[in-house]
Design a protein around this ligand. Sequence first.
Ligand code: PEP
Ligand code: MN
Length: 337
Amino acid sequence: MVIIMKHNATAQEIANAMKRVQELGFEPHPIIGEERTIIGVVGDERPVEPDVFDILDGVERTVRVLHPFKLASREFHPEGSVVRVNGTTLGTNQVIIMAGPCSIESREQLFEAAHAVQEAGATILRAGAYKPRTSPYSFQGMGLKGLELLKEVRDTLHLPTITEVMAPQEVALVAQYTDILQIGARNMQNFALLQAVGQIQKPVLLKRGMMSTIEELLMAAEYILSNGNARVMLCERGIRTYETATRNTFDINAIPVLKALTHLPVIADPSHGTGRWDLVAPIARGAVAAGADGLIIEVHPHPAHAMSDGAQSLKPEKFAQLVQEVKRVAAAVGRSA
Ligand code: PEP
Ligand code: MN
């Protein structure tokens, strides 16, 4: 069950509702959203009728949610959630484009990539400092030095950033350097990490595990939400199938399925979704037509020399072309980009 407080509910009314939840033997999970506070009621709620909470001051309504994911479900939050990131808002009619290199490699590389994507129309810079690599012998990212460069570029170009965090003990540090924290596909079910990002108030982009179902993705989001962070976005980045022509199989179905099941913004990653630069633009266009709230795309000034994911990285000119195409597709489906 989920208790939705009124817009103008006071701190005292919220505290009273939480106290009532505890008196009835449940655990309250408050989530402080941009617009209102929501209280998740955790426990076997079947014997209780929602009106025991409806009558309390400051309560707008109480909803019984049938899905195992409660706070992520559209049932209790019928309107789409918006996530504000430093001047850019995700989850509106406008498709937001995040772009940049897979990894931060040097100051020159990051500035060059950032300038290029900003000029082409991206409003959020992506770049990894901590890289989850299959081989321990592959480039692991620049770490803290990379975060420092990311912040320097962010502050110089006034371009909000997203970067991956891989360990719970690094959440506080990474959060000081970026606007959005990315949870990578390989960590989608790292529950300690999900709890750690749930305990801070910073936007989180949660990527779908390469072998995870949509329901598992939503349950992972539920970990973040139930720990108190409402600023969650989901990302379809391709799943592993028997197909070998592409690195992953971009699950376009996931976009409208997620849009129906959850109020959280849905972002598409056609770079990891395909693994091939020549497929990135067509899949980006398809994802926007299917209803994605945003795109996250790998762009490198010199893909042939990239230290990770060069094969799926776009050159700046190709990215600029993609942005123009995406604008036309967005307009065709009644949106903007
Ligand atoms: C990335 O964004 O560079 C990345 C490693 O993505 P994923 O976790 O989806 O593989
Ligand atoms: Mn990558």
